[in-house]
Design a protein around this ligand. Structure first.
Ligand code: HEC
Ligand code: HEC
Ligand code: HEC
Ligand code: HEC
Ligand code: HEC
Length: 385
């Protein structure tokens, strides 16, 4: 064990010599390179589990941006303020995630009074960054012996070459997120009753999960709503009511205008054959009240990225935070045995497909957020969840 330790020590010292960012002394006055020149790889050795989570998250995906982003970003210069980090050296961050560790962990405070009317002062440009001292929720005891790096796998690596500053005002509140996620609300960040982190960075295994699960996680997406279904057969007439409540502090589904929610209603006969459906695969016009979406368009009415890139006011039919909404149907359907309601989140709304190269225009599979089924025995009606 001890020999392993020594071996490790020598190895680390060698690595330190080879890599300019891994200086060992812990003083902010050091001639250490700026944190904004420190790739996430430099954090990985001590925060391995966090690094792994982050790598799989939307923040940690390498900068091979999606075809949709590339198609939309062509003539725009403001996109990188949220989609790429403020890194001084593109060479150093080559192969790093979209948001390297230091993008967030250099945020010291809100700059420009939090005003974001101008596209140039959005995203990372809304923040004052600290290039020398890592910002985090608790701070750290400088040079503390035996401190275990949160999210570490190897506890032997517990000596910290970087200064850490306690900045709970940013890291425990939505301040750390809204500059990019909803810049107009950044000034109200501290009034949120519950932080984004409590859901999207839950404590798991003893530290904050950096996988930021959300609308593309089959488990997470189910936590957003409660859905109930009532169906009554009266002679030939079938009446149906679907009621949905959004439990979240933001719209459901979030991620608009790119994602979209759909209420799929299916009527089945006694053999399980579909008698009727309220929507068709790519044609949502048939039942607009079953579509929950933020729609942003350019002057010509084509889908466009949200404000300030769009000029026309957005249309928003998503469920608002805390909203309960009922959708009703009445129709002549005599032989229905089962009524099924499914709330589905599509990661990409069909309108965006037209922006993609022709061979990539496939609608992604939706995720099931909630469902309910009612049986109508002998057409007598009933209700359950
Ligand atoms: C040599 C090991 C080591 C490296 C490399 C390292 N850290 Fe740490 N880090 C630690 C230790 C140890 C702690 C816990 C200190 C304590 O609890 O006193 C810590 C704590 C943290 C915290 C939590 C502090 C808080 O406020 O709660 C953050 C955030 C953090 N590190 C970010 C980073 C980032 C970003 C990098 C890369 C630029 C990095 N660390 C590189 C060892 C390291
Ligand atoms: C510097 C800008 C920036 C900051 C700060 C930021 N994000 Fe993000 N976030 C993004 C971008 C850009 C994406 C979309 C990346 C993509 O899909 O290409 C994203 C995606 C997400 C997603 C979606 C994940 C998915 O599965 O699609 C969640 C959840 C999220 N961020 C949560 C947070 C939380 C919580 C915070 C604050 C602790 C935060 N973000 C801070 C820019 C930021
Ligand atoms: C989108 C912004 C963002 C990015 C990118 C990010 N972090 Fe964090 N990190 C946070 C926030 C916010 C917290 C505080 C969470 C909380 O405690 O509520 C945090 C907490 C931490 C902690 C303390 C965890 C704990 O529970 O004590 C460590 C360590 C850490 N981050 C390291 C990293 C490393 C290493 C990377 C890169 C692999 C990284 N972070 C990338 C926002 C980010
Ligand atoms: C009470 C838990 C909770 C809180 C607090 C919360 N969210 Fe969410 N969020 C969710 C759930 C559940 C989903 C998945 C359903 C959906 O897509 O809306 C989600 C979805 C998202 C998405 C959609 C990502 C995608 O896949 O397209 C983003 C972005 C997001 N949240 C950001 C935030 C931000 C930023 C905050 C803080 C202002 C926040 N969330 C606060 C639970 C929460
Ligand atoms: C103010 C910050 C901000 C700006 C500026 C911004 N975006 Fe985004 N973008 C986000 C965030 C945050 C997300 C992910 C969560 C969401 O959708 O709410 C996102 C998501 C996306 C997605 C969906 C990614 C996915 O994986 O599903 C695309 C595409 C996109 N943006 C393109 C653009 C383009 C193109 C521009 C410039 C014209 C741009 N964005 C400007 C913050 C921004």
């Amino acid at each position: 064990m001890a020999r392993n330790g020594i071996f490790f020590g020598i190895l680390l010292a060698l690595i330190a010599l080879l890599q300019p960012w891994s200086a060992t002394a812990a003083s902010p006055d050091d001639k250490k390179p700026s944190l904004l020149k420190t790739p996430s790889e430099a954090c990985q050795s001590c925060h391995k589990a966090i690094h792994q989570q982050w790598q799989k998250s939307a923040h940690g995906q390498p900068r091979t941006l999606t075809p949709l982003y590339q198609a939309l970003a062509q003539s725009e210069t403001t996109c990188p303020q949220c989609h790429l980090p403020k890194s001084e050296d593109k060479e150093i961050f080559k192969g790093d995630g979209a948001l390297p560790c230091v993008t967030c962990h250099t945020i010291e405070s809100v700059a420009h009074g939090g005003k974001s009317n101008n596209a140039k002062t959005m995203g990372i440009a809304l923040y004052q960054l600290n290039e020398k001292v890592i910002q985090g929720p608790n701070g750290a005891w400088f040079g503390a012996k035996g401190a275990v790096p949160p999210g570490s796998i190897d506890e032997e690596l517990a000596s910290n070459p970087f200064f850490h500053h306690a900045n709970p005002e940013v890291f425990r509140t939505t301040t750390a997120c809204l500059g990019c996620h909803d810049p107009q609300k950044l000034n109200d960040a501290k009034t949120y009753p519950v932080s984004c982190q409590s859901c999207h960075m839950p404590v798991s295994g003893g530290f904050a999960d950096h996988g930021t699960p959300a609308g593309k996680s089959p488990r997470m997406v189910k936590r957003g709503t409660v859905l109930s279904l009532q169906a009554k057969q009266n002679g030939k007439e079938l009446t149906i009511q679907v009621t949905m409540t959004n439990l979240l502090p933001h719209p459901f589904p979030n991620g608009g205008p790119f994602s979209m929610g759909l209420l799929r209603l299916t009527l089945l006969d006694a053999r399980g054959e579909t008698l009727w459906e309220n929507i068709e695969k790519q044609n949502m016009d048939k039942d607009p009240k079953a579509v929950f979406a933020l729609t942003t368009a350019d002057d010509l009415g084509h889908p466009a990225p949200p404000k300030p890139m769009t000029t026309i006011p957005a249309k928003d039919s998503r469920l608002k935070s805390g909203e309960t909404r009922s959708v009703n149907y009445k129709m002549q359907q005599p032989s229905v045995a089962v009524v099924r309601a499914e709330l589905i989140v599509l990661p990409l709304a069909p309108g965006w497909l037209e922006k993609l190269p022709e061979n990539q225009r496939e609608l992604p599979k939706g995720l099931l957020a909630a469902k309910s089924e009612v049986k109508l025995p002998d057409g007598t009606g009933g209700a359950n969840h």
